[in-house]
Ligand binder design. Structure first.
Ligand SMILES: [Zn+2]
Length: 400
């Protein structure tokens, strides 16, 4: 006889029970492990998390399967004493949630086998969703949604779910969806006319209790296809969340929820078109600005410091300047803690911009370089920017 009779095997909806305390052991401070002669608490296992609840009012925070030693109820606070009679109560909403996910998994896994001969390799219940890893080589939204469709039809047909206890010999004759994980007598879960699987978990009485099954996403992972799904109350919670996101985004676009993809795509196109026009305008402006700077320049050298201009904009201006013959541009911009420089010359002008840039950047405690015709760089000693430019100009004049 095992130490603990597992009541959840025969009735997954039993949440209140009486039992006698068989053993009590202190764990870490304030936590005690209680073993009972019978329990309705499901311990962590088979991809399904443990139940929680109370034992005589004391909080059961987790249950651990200790094999032949029984089920350990980890109790926080005052634990019942050995040999006493206790009243146990399982948290129903958590149990229902786990049954919906777990039973939903049986149904969805069988749907992938029925339609695509794709068996499930692993299953886990996460915080807000669940995952199965299946042997499906060419997943697509259409394939996944066909399995979801079948699974939900099975849910809405409200088929009976029964437990069959069979010997290993009898099991060998049954068309089980997966190989039993252990030898000896087996507990087989049958979804009427649809699925037959050995399993030790807790399941709904009928498929209708699962409510609905929805796939959130799927991806290829380690040679398998990982499907993230939600069932029952989780599907409703996920719908509420998704609906809120969609409506919040729709409000930003001042449109209806279902029009968002169309409106957002339209706006992105507009955004691209605007960027293209801004780039074109910037070139025109750079051309005009270059004319103005050249008119004020001496000997074809434009030396100018700007505030808060990015490297891209400086380069555009430099290009516009050196489109003119015999021109040298020594341009810089500064903001609070960065100085940027772009030096350039027209093809027919003299001077090594790369060498000048290195010298200037050294003064700014920065780095820079490029080619003899064009170089860029920067540094953090913003206060020395003007001195660095003057230095570059001096070097340039000395060389010519
Ligand atoms: Zn199961």
């Amino acid at each position: 006889m095992p130490v603990t009779e597992r009541l959840y095997y025969s009735d997954s909806h039993l949440i209140e029970f009486e039992a006698r305390v068989v053993d009590v052991t202190d764990r870490v401070s304030g936590w005690t492990a209680v073993v009972l002669d019978r329990t309705a608490f499901y311990p962590t296992g088979g991809g399904q998390p443990s139940d929680t609840g109370t034992l005589n009012g004391a909080r059961v925070v987790e249950c651990i399967d200790d094999g032949d030693n029984g089920v350990l109820h980890v109790v926080q606070g005052a634990a019942p004493s050995r040999a006493s009679l206790v009243r146990g109560r399982v948290d129903w909403s958590r149990r229902l949630d786990h049954m919906q996910q777990h039973t939903g998994q049986h149904i969805l896994s069988q749907a992938f086998v029925t339609l695509f001969n794709a068996p499930t390799r692993s299953f886990r219940v996460l915080e807000a969703s669940c995952q199965i890893d299946i042997e499906l080589n060419n997943p697509s939204t259409e394939i996944v949604e066909r399995a979801v469709e079948l699974a939900n039809n099975v849910v809405w047909e409200d088929r009976a779910i029964t437990v069959r206890n069979v010997t290993s010999g009898e099991a060998a004759e049954l068309p089980l969806r997966k190989e039993p994980a252990r030898d000896g007598d087996l507990r087989v879960i049958e979804i009427e006319g649809f699925d037959l699987t050995p399993c030790g978990g807790t399941h709904a009485y009928r498929t209708g209790e699962v409510g609905m099954i929805a796939v959130r996403s799927w991806e290829r992972a380690k040679g398998l296809t990982r499907i993230e799904f939600v069932a029952g109350t989780r599907a409703l919670a996920d719908y509420r969340k998704a609906n809120k996101s969609a409506r919040d985004v729709a409000a930003l676009f001042s449109t209806g929820r279902d029009d968002v993809p169309h409106v957002a795509a339209q706006m992105l196109d507009e955004h691209k078109e605007l960027n293209r026009r801004i780039r074109a305008l910037e070139e025109t402006v750079a051309g005009v600005e270059a004319e103005r700077l050249l008119a004020a320049a001496r000997d074809g050298v434009v030396l100018q410091v700007f505030d808060g201009r990015d490297a891209e904009s400086l380069k555009k201006l430099a290009h516009a300047l050196i489109g003119h013959p015999q021109t040298i541009a020594l341009l810089a911009s500064r903001d609070k803690d960065t100085a940027r420089l772009v030096f350039a010359r027209s093809a027919d002008a003299a001077g090594d911009m790369n060498a000048l840039m290195r010298e200037a950047c050294a003064m700014l405690d920065g780095r820079g370089g490029g080619k003899p015709e064009m170089a860029q760089g920067g540094g953090k000693h913003v206060e020395k920017l003007e001195a660095a430019l003057t230095h570059a100009l001096t070097l340039l004049n000395r060389a010519s």
